[in-house]
Write a protein of this length. Structure first.
Length: 126
């Protein structure tokens, strides 16, 4: 004898789970917020002689999250040399980007946690 099980609201659950997948596929909003915080911190940690390096640091949102760039419009190796140092040039590493990322890590994770919580709150059943 076969027993039948009827699931009430399965269509609604499937629909809202699909919506959840769509929401989680686009991480540009929490990514942009997190990247803005890290970029602002990086501007504070970056070495300043002329201020051009600090001014060049910016965050850009992407569908997968965000990227932070430094040195656009500046002599090419300068941002990397400031970050990692150069024994040939006698420049000590400042790790301004690493410090910024580490100092804002919890806030960045919180942005993503909030986005995921908002998305999962939309899941509905029967």
């Amino acid at each position: 004898m076969t027993q039948q099980v009827k699931v009430t609201g399965a269509d609604r659950v499937a629909r809202t789970m699909h919506d959840l997948a769509d929401d989680l596929a686009d991480l540009s909003q929490p990514g942009a917020a997190a990247a803005e915080q890290v970029a602002a911190a990086a501007q504070g940690y970056a070495p300043r002689r002329t201020g051009r390096l600090r001014a060049s640091i910016e965050a850009k949102a992407t569908r997968d999250g965000a990227t932070i760039t430094a040195g656009v419009g500046i002599v090419r190796p300068y941002p990397a040399v400031q970050e990692y140092g150069s024994s040939r040039r006698g420049i000590t590493a400042t790790h301004y980007m690493r410090q910024a990322a580490e100092s804002r890590e919890r806030a960045a994770v919180a942005e993503y946690d909030t986005a995921v919580a908002r998305a999962t709150d939309k899941i509905r059943g029967a």
